[in-house]
Design a protein around this ligand. Structure first.
Ligand SMILES: [Zn+2]
Length: 476
């Protein structure tokens, strides 16, 4: 058996020889835009020809299973080494958002990887083809070096994540037995920043809603009627001000989470959010008692995403008949999204805004999930990352953004540990998306080291840890 350091070193040589880039390039070349109506053939062939063929060579058995929501199928795969060994479930999505081909910088294309210094440009390099390719490559390197893994692996790949993962939850319910595992270890989303390896353990939920002030038919001359009839824009602005103060502090008690647990505070104590190329963090924005990390990872945020009254592009001297605003609440574990509309309604009524309508936006509310940052699986993965990189990773109890993690945490009941290989400036979902070569290379080392460590550890330890672990907190 080759030792850990030698296996990592050989994985890095493999990366440096250009093999990873060669493996990723044909995956990026496939136009797997799930939001495109005629993409089905591309979506299925990504699973069969890019992923399935690779899995065959790695000794996985795999099959495509129907999507209960009618979308592209899912790929379920398994590499089984022994009934007494621990099993990890990993996940990836092979679909991407639209290419927006014409909007990329001159010389770049969404479907051809262009390397410029540390950046590998291409649609899906960061979200998510590059990330699941890193994990598959690391599994392959360990199997190649050692001849085996020392644990069982299951893989779930979907082709609809950018559409909100239609059918994922129902499929997980249906295939619960096939997906049973000890832990989910997967990669998506950004690190805290490019330099700091990161684990995140869940995600904030998202609840979108509209506020409407619809007062009358048609606009009325502001000279003849100004001072006589209520202005819906003015009333709606004041209604929003009753929900969130000028510093972004939420004023509706029913939209606030319970106090931040001590373990979460401890995990966030050394976390500094923000990115050199991003906007500067506003020090006096949000809940005043909290640190910036606690505000984005441990608390809820209410954002006004759009506000419209009259004709903003071409204002006229008239009192508009209606005003609308679209808001979003990002929320952490401990909030029940089913209570949000009632809380908003009674708060608005109490403050004199019975004339403002609250409507939940169409589309599903994303659930919030969070694993205890001191869960044994978190400690185990964090130790392994530290062994490889020489420094403890940042541990985010949950991502600020949202992921379909409730399917794994709630439906499958798994502890969930995400190891992202991208960074906040990757232009995911926009033109000029890119993966940082330095982060991908470190990701190969981290995952190879982790898979060595999971194979080396005593299966009995894992089981004992699983019994003492506090498990996953649930949102609903
Ligand atoms: Zn995405």
């Amino acid at each position: 058996m080759q030792d850990r350091a030698a296996t990592i070193a050989s994985a890095l040589r493999w990366f440096d020889a250009g093999h990873f880039l060669a493996e990723l390039a044909p995956r990026v070349a496939r136009r797997t835009e799930s939001q495109r109506a005629d993409a089905r053939h591309d979506l299925v062939s990504y699973l069969e020809d890019e992923i399935g063929r690779r899995l065959d060579a790695l000794g996985f058995a795999w099959r495509l299973v129907d999507n209960p929501a009618g979308g592209a199928p899912f790929l379920l795969a398994e590499r089984h080494e022994g009934d007494t060994l621990p099993t990890i479930l990993t996940y990836g999505h092979g679909d991407v958002v639209h290419g927006y081909d014409t909007q990329w910088r001159v010389g770049l294309s969404p479907w051809r990887i262009v390397v410029e210094n540390d950046r590998w440009y291409g649609r899906g390099t960061a979200d998510n083809k590059g990330q699941h390719s890193i994990n598959l490559a690391a599994l392959a390197r360990v199997i190649e070096s050692r001849g085996h893994l020392g644990f069982n692996v299951k893989l779930l790949m979907e082709m609809g994540e950018e559409m909100g993962s239609p059918g994922l939850r129902a499929m997980c319910e249906r295939e619960r037995a096939a997906l049973s595992a000890d832990v989910l270890i997967a990669s998506d989303g950004p690190r805290l920043n490019a330099r700091r390896p990161t684990l995140f353990l869940g995600s904030r939920g998202a609840f979108n809603f509209d506020l409407t002030a619809d007062f009358r038919e048609g606009a009325h001359h502001s000279g003849n009627w100004g001072g006589l009839i209520a202005n819906p824009g003015t009333v709606l602005a004041n209604a929003i001000a009753a929900l969130v103060d000028p510093r972004g502090r939420i004023l509706v008690p029913g939209l606030l989470p319970p106090p931040i647990p001590e373990a979460v505070r401890r995990a966030l104590a050394d976390i500094e959010p923000g990115e050199p190329e991003g906007p500067p963090v506003d020090p006096d924005w949000g809940e005043p008692e909290l640190s910036p990390a606690e505000r984005v990872y441990g608390w809820n945020a209410l954002e006004v995403l759009a506000f419209r009254t009259g004709n903003p592009d071409n204002p006229v001297n008239a009192i508009p008949p209606r005003a609308t605003a679209h808001l979003q609440l990002r929320f952490v574990v401990g909030c029940d999204p089913r209570t949000f509309v009632d809380s908003l309604r009674s708060h608005l009524d109490t403050h004199g805004f019975a004339n403002i309508k609250v409507t939940p936006a169409r589309g599903e509310t994303m659930a919030a999930t969070r694993l205890d940052p001191e869960h044994p699986w978190v400690r185990r993965v964090a130790r392994s990352v530290e062994r490889t990189t020489g420094a403890p990773p940042a541990i985010l109890p949950n991502l600020g953004g949202s992921l379909p993690n409730d399917c794994f945490a709630d439906v499958l009941g798994l502890p969930t540990v995400w190891i992202p290989h991208s960074y906040p400036g990757c232009s995911q979902h926009a033109p000029n998306e890119h993966l940082l070569q330095s982060v991908a290379r470190e990701g190969i080392a981290i995952m190879t080291g982790l898979f060595c460590d999971l194979g080396d550890q005593d299966a009995a330890d894992v089981r004992a840890d699983a019994e003492t672990g506090e498990g996953v907190s649930r949102a609903n």
